[in-house]
Design a protein around this ligand. Structure first.
Ligand code: FAD
Ligand code: DLZ
Ligand code: SF4
Length: 511
């Protein structure tokens, strides 16, 4: 009796459901395959992260006495698909039972559901219980609600997992301290260094492989510095808890040119691979608050991202897929401009956000949402192309978390499932929250001239072209009323500036 147990690249957790009740004679299969390395043009750093984490995990399993069949990208027999490798390994090991954990992407789950027909043995797909809210619990919570709002889901999660509670009530008397977390970082403030993890021999081998095989992809594998083992992921978390958590809240929405990390935790890559456990991360942050090491606005804000947003977007993904992936509520069809890949643009905010993405396969949330995401929303970029970009370029990107954030939160292409209004903003917001505008080619105070900030005209063009769609949305009443009060020549000038800018961008002219 041999069971073949599949571990995917983002399932490198010893507690994985597919590894439970492992018996002597069972074989764990891990496969590097071109299908997974190429379904979007992943950043070199992202491929390095996943393959290195896989190789480290396989080595750990072997040290624990587990039989691991590890197929590398260089294996000449490699069929280069997960299905192909599972079937090949099942036949080679005479497996009578294939055990897998649900993947994080719909396309792979759909494929897995077809495995029993070709496998000739039982295929068991177990729940991925590394999350704090099961898909069923989320669907039950969502059923019958007119709208799904993070705030109510988050409160239920706090109660269910007894996080930051005092006698059943929220610590401090409020559930949410977000209003305190929107400050701009003063220029004088020196921000802490963040840890970089020097590549060991295994990672260096992967860097060589990725540099060779994926030389044309975004980034440079030699820049790699992310944690690839649970031990290093814990070190990254410990550093955050000690040096950045206390300030996480105050400066959470701030941006500073050339400083992508600020007070962010940098734990998403490790959480999503399964090197860190989300509840454990929340409990450690809560312990820091209880020990007086970090204020409530910081700790609550951090916990809300993990216990709230991370679980919420996953629930939405699995509740609405595959139809969610086709949504385009604002009818956006413009092609993604090339500067999203090259970073070459005169818009300093965009250049900086894309620049850190190219170097680190990382940009923080406000850069993703209010700079590159906001631009894509205002310019009416095609959600399929924007989705592909976010899925490719961030080291933490898997569709279950990337798609609701991109298609839903940033682009409003889901028509309001994730958020009740689009996160649309003019240059004034970016100027308020960053130091980008001072040295920009464009003038943030101008909206219609040739060097006016593109975000300004694009913002009003966006409101104007969607005014019928937003008419019934009470949260859009203010911009709609402002637009209605604008003198027609002003509206014309704004829309003409937007059109000129978009035309130049579409022609590939420098913008
Ligand atoms: P911190 O700012 O320190 O936050 C702590 C943790 O909270 C993160 O590690 C993450 O696990 C969680 N978190 C925070 N915000 C979100 C959110 N909106 N959704 C889910 N989890 C959240 N996150 C991903 O993990 N993968 C993605 O592919 C991804 N794509 C995104 C695309 C867009 C357009 C936007 C707007 C956001 C996206 N996010 C994604 C959410 C968020 O930007 C990242 O989780 C965060 O920037 C990761 O950096 P950090 O670990 O330093 O996070
Ligand atoms: C992202 C990724 C990459 C680049 N390569 C592999 C791989 O070679 N083998 C593998 O098992 N997983 C890889 N992954 C992660 C998968 O794409 C991920 O498991 C699915 O997208 C589901 O989330
Ligand atoms: Fe970005 Fe406009 Fe500011 Fe330039 S002026 S950095 S384009 S918001």
């Amino acid at each position: 009796m041999t069971a073949l147990r599949l571990v995917l690249g983002d399932q490198v957790s010893h507690g994985l459901s597919a590894l439970r009740d492992l018996k002597p004679g069972d074989v764990v299969l891990m496969a590097e395959v071109m299908d997974e390395c190429t379904y979007v043009p992943h950043h070199q750093v992202k491929i390095t992260l996943v393959l290195s984490a896989m190789r480290h995990f396989a080595a750990e399993l072997r040290r624990r006495g587990v039989t691991v069949d590890y197929r590398s990208l260089d294996d000449p027999q490699n069929t280069h698909s997960i299905r192909g490798e599972v079937l090949r390994a099942a036949a080679e090991h005479g497996a009578d039972h294939i055990i897998a954990t649900e993947p994080g992407e719909y396309r792979l789950l759909a494929d897995m559901r077809g495995w029993p027909e070709s496998a000739g043995c039982e295929v068991e797909i177990r729940e991925d219980d590394r999350f704090l809210c099961s898909v069923k619990t989320f669907r039950d919570w969502a059923a019958g609600r007119k709208s799904l709002r993070l705030e109510f889901f988050y409160r239920d999660m706090r109660r269910a997992h007894e996080v930051l509670l005092e006698d059943g009530d929220p610590v401090g008397g409020q559930w949410n301290y977000d209003a305190e977390n929107r400050k701009k970082l003063p220029a004088s403030r020196i921000t802490p260094e963040v840890p970089r993890f020097a590549p060991d021999r295994i990672t260096r081998e992967v860097i060589a492989l990725v540099s060779d095989r994926f030389a044309d992809n975004m980034g440079d594998a030699h820049d790699f510095a992310w944690p690839v083992t649970a031990e290093d992921a814990e070190a990254m978390l410990a550093d955050f808890l000690e040096h950045r958590l206390a300030d996480f809240g105050d400066w959470q929405d701030s941006m500073r040119c050339g400083e992508p990390f600020l007070y962010h935790s940098l734990v998403s890559t490790s959480l999503n691979l399964g090197l860190l456990n989300p509840l454990d991360v929340c409990r450690k942050a809560e312990a820091a608050y209880r020990a007086g090491a970090a204020p409530l606005n910081a700790v609550e804000g951090f916990i809300r991202q993990i216990l709230g947003w991370r679980e919420f977007v996953r629930g939405i993904y699995w509740t609405y897929m595959p139809e969610y992936g086709r949504r385009n509520a604002l009818g956006a069809h413009r092609a993604l401009p090339w500067f999203y890949w090259s970073g070459q643009t005169r818009m300093r905010c965009m250049g900086d956000a894309i620049g850190t993405t190219r170097r680190n396969a990382y940009a923080h949330h406000i850069q993703r949402l209010m700079v590159t995401g906001n631009f894509a929303l205002l310019a009416g970029l095609d959600p399929d192309q924007v989705d592909e970009w976010y899925l490719a370029v961030y080291a933490d990107a898997y569709e279950w978390v990337e798609m609701p954030n991109t298609r839903g939160m940033a682009l409003f292409a889901d028509g309001g499932v994730i958020g009740s209004k689009p996160y649309a903003a003019s240059g004034a917001y970016i100027n308020k929250m960053s130091d980008y505008c001072g040295d920009c080619f464009y003038d943030v105070k101008d909206a219609t001239g040739e060097r006016s900030c593109p975000f300004n005209a694009l913002y009003w063009d966006f409101i104007a072209r969607n005014q019928d769609r937003f008419a019934g949305n009470i949260r859009m009443a203010m911009p709609l009323a402002t637009l209605a009060k604008m003198a027609p020549p002003r509206v014309q000038a704004l829309r003409a500036r937007a059109e000129r800018f978009l035309h130049a961008m579409d022609q590939g002219e420098p913008v």
